[in-house]
Design a protein around this ligand. Structure first.
Ligand SMILES: Nc1nc2c(ncn2[C@@H]2O[C@H](COP(=O)(O)OP(=O)(O)OP(=O)(O)O)[C@@H](O)[C@H]2O)c(=O)[nH]1
Length: 395
């Protein structure tokens, strides 16, 4: 599946940069074009793979914030995006939109620029283009503080409304203790691009790729995401023997040539176990999978390690677990890979305790901010005015 990616804000830019790196490394061809938009000049300068020119790195809000970012004020982020939407559109004009299957806007929802700007851009793109517009929204860690949570809760609500589907990644679920923030983000970003890379890469097979038993087409990804709402992704992988000479691992250790059946059983069992691990393990947004509206299962890896039976069983198992009758499945053969990976996209999830918790903390933060603002206005009033109001201000 070919995407036009827009990284909005620092996190968005870094993740899109990482997608380009992934694409170059794996030759997956999913990033047809990439643009970074930011209010902070330094963040744009720190990117490595997005071409360094005004068409691909767009600095907005210069008259308002002079290239220094919006300082986690997402209302300002939204205003600036609206004011400078023509500059962003100028960059989008350089994208060969007729060659892309969809737009993907990537942003951290806890800050100001990406959090406020992404929903504005999504609305704009929906208005102009017929291609689907997806969001990849990153939720902040719960230790980042009230203002980030409040930003994320407000942006999440708006972003979901403006995109065709919001794919969510929760930093909180992926936080590792004892790591520097930067080192932690590098690893997390790696996790993000691996999951989304396998998913979107699946729909890109065909140009010089392997002939799959039941290949996943980009239309299957689009149909799974169609209908809107929120999505999450599960992933699990296992190293496999890559030798393609005759039988597989089992036939070698048993020394026989007539163990094809055993091999098939082994391959099938591995696939079903990987599907369970992916769906029941850590999701990009942890949630209850029961009640998911639609799902897509992708099995990636060397073709001799993929089989229709395993995928069919995995697909049926997801149907049982989610209660959905709209579960698609297919394979993504990658001859050179030393791993078999299972990606489960769950679309239209609604039982997400993390979002309810985020909203609760956000409401508390909002009330607290209002109280403190009111209190400090009263206190300042007390400080600058004399008790009897005998003094008069100058003008
Ligand atoms: N996964 C991931 N999350 C990040 C990364 N950098 C920041 N974040 C998250 O994204 C949120 C928003 O941060 P930024 O992207 O820096 O904010 P911004 O959109 O540039 O907005 P301002 O800096 O306020 O102008 C943070 O609260 C973090 O939760 C990153 O490299 N990877």
């Amino acid at each position: 599946m070919k995407l036009a990616m827009v990284g909005f804000g620092q996190a968005g830019g870094k993740i899109v940069d990482k997608f380009l790196e992934y694409d170059q490394k794996h030759g997956s061809g999913i990033v047809r074009d990439a643009i970074a938009v930011n209010t902070a000049k330094a963040d744009l300068m720190g990117l490595q793979h997005i071409p360094d020119n005004d068409q691909k790195r767009v600095l907005i809000g210069q008259s308002r914030v002079k290239g220094h970012g919006v300082g986690a004020d997402n209302e300002l982020g939204a205003e600036v995006a609206e004011e400078d939407i023509d500059e962003i559109q100028g960059a989008i004009d350089s994208v060969p939109v007729h060659e892309v299957d969809a737009f993907l806007i990537v942003a951290g929802l806890g800050g100001g620029t990406g959090s406020g700007g992404s929903p504005v851009l999504a609305k704009h793109l929906q208005h102009i283009y017929t291609e689907p517009v997806y969001g990849l929204g990153v939720l902040p860690g719960s230790d980042e503080g009230g203002i980030y949570t409040l930003n994320a809760a407000r942006s999440f609500q708006t972003f979901v409304r403006e995109v065709d589907n919001l794919l969510v990644f929760d930093n909180d679920a992926w936080r590792k203790t004892g790591e520097s923030v930067q080192g932690g983000y590098d690893e997390i970003n790696e996790e993000i691009v691996t999951r989304f890379g396998v998913l979107f890469g699946a729909g890109e097979i065909g140009q010089g790729g392997e002939v799959a038993e039941s290949v996943v087409d980009s239309s299957e990804i689009i149909n799974t995401l169609e209908g809107g709402g929120v999505s999450t992704i599960g992933y699990a992988s296992e190293t496999v023997e890559t030798s393609s000479s005759g039988g597989g691992f089992l036939s070698r250790i048993t020394g026989g040539n007539d163990t094809d059946d055993l091999d098939t059983t082994h391959t099938t069992n591995r696939i079903t176990s990987l599907v369970r691990k992916a769906a029941l393990g850590r999701l990009t947004l942890p949630c209850e999978i029961e009640g998911s509206e639609r799902a897509l299962l992708v099995l990636a890896g060397p073709p001799q390690h993929l089989n229709r039976k395993g995928i069919e069983r995995g697909r049926k198992w997801i149907e049982e677990q989610t209660g959905s009758m709209e579960v698609r499945g297919g394979d993504y053969p990658i001859t050179s890979s030393g791993r078999v990976a299972s990606v489960v996209l769950l679309s239209g999830v609604t039982n997400v305790p993390r979002i309810k918790e985020l909203q609760q903390v956000a409401i508390e933060a909002q009330d607290n901010i209002d109280d403190i603002r009111q209190e400090s206005e009263d206190n300042l009033d007390d400080l600058i005015n004399d008790d009897e109001d005998e003094l008069e201000s100058l003008f």
